[in-house]
Design a protein around this ligand. Structure first.
Ligand code: TYD
Length: 341
């Protein structure tokens, strides 16, 4: 099987490429990536000469290029997206362009080259499309039946892209499936997201900026668990269905921060409480029963402390990677200060 992967040079995509090349010798991957600020060819430097891997520099908004590449592949996994909430608060436009228009362009390209709907399309999305959950109702979780109620410009743009993907299944009979994952963590994550930001700040001797009261909860999913689930959906999922992917690993930001400080031998004085994110979602949590009962998938790599500690160690061991990334386009925390000024 030959897969066209969009956004394969980003955090989740590059881990997907490495995972498939390592574990599945029956799969080839073509990576279409625009290499915007977070897509980084260095993320795949170790596999760039693998005969089962091809890199194409280009944009999902380029319909001719998408048609050509989809025509040469058996399936599409669509990961390319703008994904950082704080950036979407500063400027929502790239989010609507890449996430909504980009997804529609890709689906239209597929429709043209695959009129008999022989190919499969997995649209990779987020649990943030469901909005947020209250902190005092731990029994509540998101599932495939939860209504969409996105609350940030980022999640609204992903919700729009999910709706387009579902509509193309309903209207044209395309074999489209949607996945909604919780917060990913692991190697090669852009250091604007909380885990790599906090770990790399501490290595640099800087404090960690904890938003608000630190009680917000996220369900942490190891990126390789996520990618295994995405592949299971591609190979065994039902067209028109959506699948929630979670790590069974809910933690408050305070708990997360203490775990990182502990893994790095630092005390609480390294926490810098800062103003809260605008419209900060309180809690995300996934009920992944459908994936378990229908496709036989459950997370096996997400449990803490082991998975968090190995991730912290990866950033400690790969300082040359994140130092180059941070010295370039990285502006996340400072932009946040700008928003809250
Ligand atoms: P983030 O990694 O941006 O993911 P998301 O907003 O998509 O969940 O943030 C995870 C949590 O960490 C979120 O509740 C916001 C919080 N956070 C901080 O407290 N400080 C920070 O500097 C960042 C980037 C996030």
């Amino acid at each position: 099987m030959k897969i066209l992967l969009t956004g394969g040079s980003g955090f989740i995509g590059s881990n997907f490429v490495r995972y498939v090349l390592r574990d599945r010798d029956d799969i080839e991957v073509v990576n279409l990536d625009a290499l915007t600020y977070s897509g980084n060819p260095e993320n795949l430097a170790d596999v760039e000469n693998d005969p089962r891997y091809t890199f194409v520099h280009g944009n999902i908004l380029d319909i001719e290029l998408c048609r050509k590449l989809i025509g040469e592949c058996d399936a599409v996994i669509h990961m390319a997206a703008e994904s950082h909430v704080d950036r979407s608060i500063i400027d929502a436009r790239p989010f609507v362009e890449s996430n909504v228009l980009g997804t529609q362009t890709l689906l239209d390209a597929m429709r043209k080259v695959d009129p008999d709907n022989a190919k499969t399309f997995v649209h990779v999305s987020t649990d943030e499309v469901f909005g947020d959950l209250p902190l005092d109702r731990p029994e509540l979780k998101f599932s495939e039946a939860t209504p969409y109620a996105p609350s940030s410009p980022y999640s609204a743009s992903k919700a729009g892209s999910d709706m387009i993907a579902r509509a193309y299944h309903h209207t044209f009979g395309m074999k489209v499936m949607v996945t909604n994952c919780s917060n990913n963590f692991g190697p090669y994550q852009f250091p604007e997201k909380v885990i790599p930001l906090f770990v790399t700040n501490l290595i640099e001797g800087k404090k960690v900026p904890l938003y608000g009261d630190g009680r917000n909860v996220r369900d942490w999913l190891h990126v390789e668990d996520h990618n295994e689930a995405v592949l299971a959906v591609l190979e065994k999922g039902e067209p028109g269905e959506s699948y929630c992917i979670g790590g069974n690993n809910e933690r408050s930001n305070l708990e997360l921060t203490h775990a990182i400080l502990g893994a790095m031998g630092k005390d609480e004085s390294w926490i810098e409480p800062v103003k809260d994110r605008l419209g900060h979602d309180r809690r995300y949590a996934i009920d992944a029963t459908k994936l378990k009962t229908q496709l036989g998938w459950e997370p096996t790599r997400s449990a803490w402390p082991a998975a968090l500690e190995s991730t912290v160690k990866w950033y400690v061991d790969h300082a040359e990677w994140w130092k180059r990334v941070k010295s370039g386009a990285y502006r996340g925390y400072y932009e946040q200060q700008y928003v809250n000024r």
